[in-house]
Design a protein around this ligand. Structure first.
Ligand code: B12
Length: 383
């Protein structure tokens, strides 16, 4: 979207914004954002500046918040405070650019069959999804591009989503999700919207590398807000004959019932895994109430990701999660080998489920340090 020179010119504001978030200085953060926008004037220039500030200043700074949390450099509370300031910064961009948006854009105005006036889209998180900030960024960029956006925010129940999209005659529903365990619900939202004749464009980290899970669920996918705008400009194809459907039609592997069984028996699986972990690591029996709760939460997460990997039939989903968990634990001085008893327990409990065994074994292998290479002849001292 920008050349190297322009991108470079935001490096300093990015650093300043990071400092402001770090010091919980909302006033300064907003001032930095306003400064980076420059003086708003001609509509096209204002739109471009707004988009750049949203995607190249606020978004990467917010991603840095995630990196700092994962590395245990900031607490959950600090992360919440920083996110609240980022939200305020997005609102500042919306306020500052609103006057320019009041003037219709000239040229090929996007979004409608007739080619005039803005189209209307709905931007929303899937049910259970709290990460509203990415959806908000996408919504604001589309607004800057001339779309009328109904932004519904976090965790919207599917029935309400479809009802709103129908009532407002949205031309498309843009669905955001960051947490992969919400994919079965996202699938339901996608097929429900399509069943109502509304095209769906999905985005966010949950949908996997290059949006592989969105495609599996027959939704369009865009990697970011700019790609989404380009796709919308081209008009999304209306949902075809496959529109209203049960998940099994898109995911025939569900017929083996492995996903259903793991999901249904999750409480028992978590309970037994906890018992096995306590046996394997006697030290865990002396955990405080807080530590025990965290352990249960971690096991619950592991079983949830396993179920999701079964749902989309992709061992990589679980392997990525286990690697991520190992990194999070390592940053908190917990050895990743702590995960082995949980994985082993689940392998034992799910021994009759071949897909689950494959997924758990792949994750186990990823965590296993490589063996030292076999000893060869001693190196030639002349080499
Ligand atoms: C802020 C934050 C939160 C806040 C969210 C507040 C809010 N109002 O949004 C709170 C505290 C609620 C939260 C909760 C949790 N979080 Co959180 N969170 C984050 C954090 C730090 C920033 C998210 C963000 O705004 N990113 C910035 C945006 C710009 O990036 P983005 O998401 O990639 O979005 C871009 C594209 O993906 C795309 N896009 C996104 N959506 C869409 C939609 C469409 C249609 C399109 C076209 C494009 C698109 O465009 C965006 C803009 O370019 C991330 C770290 C990170 N790196 O993102 C973790 C992160 C997403 N969270 C994480 C986790 C684990 C959780 C919790 C499970 C923690 C817990 N144990 O409770 C819960 C889950 C709650 C839930 N059910 O949703 C993990 C997920 C890891 C994983 N393997 O699943 C992350 C990655 C943290 C980390 N570094 O490990 N979180």
């Amino acid at each position: 979207m920008t050349d190297g020179k322009e991108a470079h010119s935001l490096a300093e504001p990015r650093e300043q914004l990071w400092q402001a978030l770090w010091e919980y200085d909302e006033t300064r953060a907003v001032a930095i954002v306003r400064d980076a926008l420059g003086t708003t004037g001609a509509a096209e220039r204002t739109r471009a500046a707004g988009e750049r500030v949203l995607l190249e200043l606020i978004a990467p700074t917010q991603e840095r918040v995630g990196v700092a949390w994962a590395a245990n450099d900031i607490t959950v509370a600090q992360e919440h405070a920083a996110t609240a300031i980022s939200e305020r910064c997005i609102a500042a961009v919306a306020d500052a650019t609103a006057p320019a948006l009041a003037h219709p854009r000239t040229g090929t105005f996007v979004g409608t069959e007739e080619g005039g006036g803005a189209g209307r889209v709905l931007v929303s998180c899937v049910d259970g999804e709290w990460h509203s900030l990415p959806a908000r960024l996408v919504g604001e960029v589309l607004r800057l591009r001339g779309w009328r956006v109904d932004y519904l925010g976090a965790q919207v129940p599917t029935g309400h989503l479809v009802e709103h999209a129908r009532r407002t005659r949205a031309q498309a529903v843009l669905l955001s999700s960051s947490i992969p365990t919400l994919l079965p619900g996202a699938h339901n939202a996608i097929s429900s919207c399509q069943g109502a004749g509304i095209p769906v464009l999905a985005g966010g980290a949950a949908f996997g590398p290059q949006g592989r899970y969105a495609r599996l669920m027959r939704a369009e996918w865009a990697k970011d807000a700019c790609d989404a705008a380009t796709l919308l400009d081209r008009h999304l194809a209306p949902p075809g004959a496959h529109a209203a459907r049960l998940p099994d039609l898109d995911l025939p592997h569900l017929a083996d019932q492995e996903y259903t069984m793991v999901r249904r028996t999750k409480p028992q699986l978590v309970k037994q895994t906890l018992a096995d972990v306590e046996e394997g690591f006697p030290g865990t029996r002396h955990y405080s109430e807080y530590q025990r709760e965290r352990t249960v939460e971690d096991i619950d997460f592991i079983v949830g990701y396993l179920a999701t990997a079964l749902y989309v039939d992709d061992p990589d989903l679980f392997t990525r999660f286990i690697t991520w968990t190992a990194d999070i634990l390592a940053a908190r001085d917990v050895p990743p080998r702590c995960l082995f008893p949980a994985l082993d327990s689940l392998r034992k409990q799910l021994k009759d489920f071949p897909r689950a065994i494959g997924i758990l074994t792949a994750a186990h292998d990823v965590l296993t340090p490589p063996l030292a290479p076999p000893l060869g002849p001693p190196p030639d001292p002349c080499d």
